[in-house]
Every structure is written in C-alpha cells, then in structure tokens.
Design a binder for this molecule. Structure first.
Ligand SMILES: [Zn+2]
Length: 144
C-alpha cells in the first residue's frame, strides 16, 4: 500500500473511531433530537416505495445513542406492509425526521436531510435495494 493510501486508510479508521454529537429535527421545530455517532458515517440510500417518495437518506443510530429532546406528543405514525417499521412523522409539518426501521430493530433511522447545519459528519452512501428487502437485508448483515 502506498503512503497516500495508508494515510487515507488510517484517517478513515480514525474518523470511524472518533465520536461526535449532532442534532436535528423536523421542519417546524416541534420535534428535536440529538445523538452521538462516529465522524465518518455510512448512509443507506433505499429505493423502496416510501423512501423513494420521501427522499429519505438513512443514518442508523442505536436507540441508546439517541435522545428525543422534545416533540413526543407531536409525533404521529404510519405503518404498511409487514408493519414492522414505524414511520414516524411530525403531525404539524409532516416531516419524517427519524423513525423505527424494520432493518435495525434496536436503532432509529435518522433522516440525513434533517440534521442541523454545520454538523461536521462525513458521509458515504451505500445503496440499499429495499424493493427486494429480504435479499438487501441479508447482504447488509453479511457484508455481501
Ligand atoms: Zn414539525
């Protein structure tokens, strides 16, 4: 491995290891949350029927690293298909800033587009073939 590649790799590993705090919320401000994650994050771009319509870009954060600061009473929800995912959205402005995904039962999926500006996170995007959900989930779990 060349010096530059070695540097890029060690920088990436460092960014994966260092933890950062970030925050976000819905459009009207009724819903606000904060969470902790690594600086380098991998976002899932899902092509399923609902993610396509909302343009949702998934940042998966364990429940334990997430705190809803306000807006629990403003949240409403929508379920379809298996009903395993709970699609939460703001009853005032309609924005889905985070929700309970089927793919990660112990984590929230935060909408990358709903983070506050200046968060400093570095994102790479991984396609998730949600139209063929079982295969996509299996590939995700096995790293295929
Ligand atoms: Zn709102």
């Amino acid at each position: 491995m060349g010096a530059l590649a070695t540097f890029a790799r060690s920088r990436h590993l460092w960014l994966m290891a260092v933890r950062m705090k970030a925050s976000g919320g819905c459009h009207c401000g009724a819903i606000r949350f904060r969470f902790e994650t690594s600086i380098a994050v991998e976002l899932l771009a899902c092509n399923c029927s609902i993610c396509t319509r909302t343009g949702f870009l998934h940042l998966i954060v364990p429940h334990t690293d997430f705190a809803l600061e306000r807006g629990e009473d403003a949240l409403t929800w929508y379920r379809f298909g298996t009903g395993a995912a709970n699609h939460l959205f703001c009853s005032q402005c309609g924005i889905k800033s985070f929700y309970q995904p089927r793919s990660h039962p112990k984590a929230w999926s935060i909408n990358w587009h709903c983070l506050d500006e200046g968060h400093g996170l570095e994102a790479s995007i991984l396609p998730f073939d949600g139209r063929n959900w079982e295969t996509a989930k299996n590939n995700l779990d096995t790293g295929a």
